[in-house]
Design a protein around this ligand. Structure first.
Ligand code: ATP
Ligand code: MG
Length: 349
């Protein structure tokens, strides 16, 4: 990835802060299970901050992406509704956001076709995140969609001309595909007036761009190692109790040398808005048990109001569907307009 194009929220350009209406955010989450702490500190928090700054927000729920690495699309509708619930509970303002499923916006798949012609098969094979996902896939054979979905993602991002994409670290190779597609499309199909059709979007990383799960690997919805945002306090305690640590009683913050312990220290620090060094210092020689008590308390405290709001919102499933219906309508209108522009620069009749 081109590091000059990565930014944290605090480092956000003056240009974004000065004129939020000139920017757009697009990001999303696969409907494969409940959102977890990695989502919150990796991307969700930044979405809410950007929306509060006044940047327009698009959230795609890429339901077709579910069948990249599993044989069945299990409980799609339920997972989709629950994602909307997590968004609203964490502070996304549904009246100002466009939340939609990939399958509800057919024009995205027409954008995909010219985009696919702009990348080589070798480039698709080289993608490190795709390689990792293939390694964790439940499928015996790698299907075609697994290889091409980073290009679908380019269509998901570029259709609304988003320029800011708050994501976790695993998404950086995919964002690079989007940037390549945008650049090559603009070069191959210039507007007669000299302007370009697509922006080159930037990834926006947050404080935990790769939060680890209880087994020490990337926290993931579908790897059985996550702490869901919506977990109750006892479940949170039980999951954290089972988290992998080490036997050194002195707690330190050393992400390279002690990744699992440092991950828990970081989690507590993020929940308490302190530095990881402060948290480690305070626990001192308390060992893994004291660390886990601290983290459990910090997580439960931080997420208490979010969990309470989520429980209230969960009573009205109709509202969640309404949010999606309105979002799909708006996404379709924008996608159709972009597709018309694409047809025009390509010289289609
Ligand atoms: P799955 O197991 O189905 O792939 P996931 O937990 O990896 O689920 P995704 O829907 O694939 O979640 O990712 C949604 C967004 O959350 C992406 O921007 C991704 O980079 C980010 N994200 C996912 N896991 C983490 C994590 N552990 N730390 C930080 N960000 C994460
Ligand atoms: Mg994933």
């Amino acid at each position: 990835a081109d590091l000059s194009d990565l930014a944290g929220f605090d480092a956000l350009d003056e240009s974004v802060r000065a004129d939020p209406a000139a920017h757009r955010v697009l990001t999303g989450d696969r409907p494969t299970g409940p959102l977890h702490l990695g989502h919150y500190f990796g991307s969700l928090r930044n979405r809410v901050r950007l929306q509060r700054l006044g940047v327009e927000m698009f959230l795609v729920i890429p339901d077709y992406q579910v069948i990249t690495d599993r044989d069945v699309a299990d409980r799609l509708a339920e997972h989709t509704e629950n994602l909307v619930l997590d968004y609203l509970a964490t502070g996304i303002d549904a009246d100002r956001a466009t939340v939609f499923t990939h399958s509800a916006v057919p024009a995205l798949n027409q954008l995909l076709l010219p985009f696919l012609s702009l990348v080589s098969v070798a480039e698709l094979h080289r993608n490190p995140t795709v390689k990792d996902e293939i390694a964790h896939s439940s499928q015996a054979a790698v299907n075609g969609l697994m290889l091409t979905y980073p290009v679908h993602q380019a269509a998901d991002i570029l259709f609304c001309k988003a320029d800011l994409v708050p994501v976790g670290k695993d998404q950086l190779p995919h964002l690079e595909v989007t940037r390549t597609v945008a650049r090559r499309f603009n070069e191959r199909y210039p507007h007669p007036d000299g302007t370009t059709v697509f922006p080159r979007p930037r990834a926006l990383l947050d404080a935990a761009p790769l939060l680890l799960g209880t087994d020490g690997g990337k926290m993931s919805k579908s790897r059985g190692n996550s702490i869901p945002l919506a977990a109750d306090e006892d479940t949170t305690a039980r999951l954290l109790k089972g988290a992998k640590t080490d036997t050194d009683r002195r707690i330190t913050y050393d992400p390279a040398g002690r990744p699992e312990v440092s991950n828990l220290v970081l989690l507590a620090a993020l929940c308490q808005d302190r530095t990881p060094e402060e948290v480690a210092e305070e626990i001192g020689d308390g060992g893994a048990a004291a660390l886990k008590r601290t983290v459990t308390e910090a997580v439960n405290e931080h997420f208490r109001p979010i969990r309470a709001r989520r429980a209230e919102l969960a009573a009205d499933r109709g509202h969640l569907r309404d949010v999606l219906r309105a979002g799909s309508e708006r996404a379709n209108a924008i996608a159709d307009a972009t597709l018309a522009e694409v047809r025009e620069v390509m010289g289609s009749l």
